[in-house]
Ligand binder design. Structure first.
Ligand code: 5RP
Length: 228
């Protein structure tokens, strides 16, 4: 699928999600190119009179775009829970488990997601897989022990690669590095998530398991499938 066709699908899923937002909601807004379409659709709904109770987001990129539409963006700690969070994903499997973090915002994305009553992901059909595969798994690590983490991941056969920004290591919003694990497919997502959750120095990882409630999949035939 070429980029133009893929963008069209992303936009269709985004518009469908924007129609799910209701007046008075506390809304969570994720990060990425699909979410960028969602923010534009949400902005248009604001112009048409939509009034949110509060809004939180998962990156400075999204924050800037939301503020450009005149939204006030709160810190996550300033709200109790979001009613609904809309985010993109890099891969989604048959159980609606996903890989996220391609944009590097996984830590705040997971924090917003687990503090949301409902999580909706918006994707084009190329992101859908039967088993999580086809996209490196991002792991955010503390710089102080990142070399030990990297070596251990290599020993475990997880095929670690530093995420780079040009010549330098990519630095997250929180000043950490990202190691992308190229082990593919991920054989046992819950087992790997458990291992990463218990690895000292790992801040967060991009396995989002049992988090997503609904996926809006935009398909090339013009339909949008709603999967629960
Ligand atoms: C950012 C993310 C994004 O949601 C994910 O990478 C999908 O992005 P895009 O909509 O650009 O394909 O997890 O950290």
């Amino acid at each position: 699928m070429d980029k133009q066709a893929q963008d069209l699908l992303k936009k269709q899923a985004a518009q469908k999600a924007a129609a799910m937002v209701e007046d008075g909601m506390v809304l969570g807004v994720g990060t990425g190119s699909t979410v960028a379409f969602f923010i534009d659709a949400l902005g248009k709904r604001k112009e048409a009179g939509l009034k949110l109770k509060a809004l939180v987001t998962t990156s400075n990129r999204s924050k800037k775009q939301l503020e450009g539409w005149g939204f006030t963006v709160s810190d996550l700690s300033a709200i109790d829970q979001a009613d609904l969070t809309v985010d993109g994903a890099d891969r989604v499997d048959d159980q609606l488990d996903g890989i996220k973090g391609g944009g590097g915002a996984l830590t705040l994305e997971k924090n917003v997601a687990i503090n949301s009553k409902k999580n909706v992901w918006i994707v084009d059909e190329s992101k859908m897989v039967h088993h999580l595969s086809g996209f490196p798994l991002p792991v955010e690590v503390l710089p102080i022990s990142c070399e030990q983490n990297f070596r251990r991941f290599a020993q475990e056969g997880l095929k670690p690669q530093w995420r780079m920004a040009g010549e330098k290591r990519y630095v997250t919003h929180y000043g950490n590095y990202i190691i992308d694990l190229a082990a593919d497919p991920i054989p046992a997502p819950h087992g790997l998530a458990d291992y990463l959750d218990h690895t000292v120095g790992v801040v967060e990882h991009g396995l989002f398991l049992d988090i997503c409630d609904e996926v809006l999949v935009a398909r090339g035939d013009g339909t949008i499938e709603q999967r629960h």
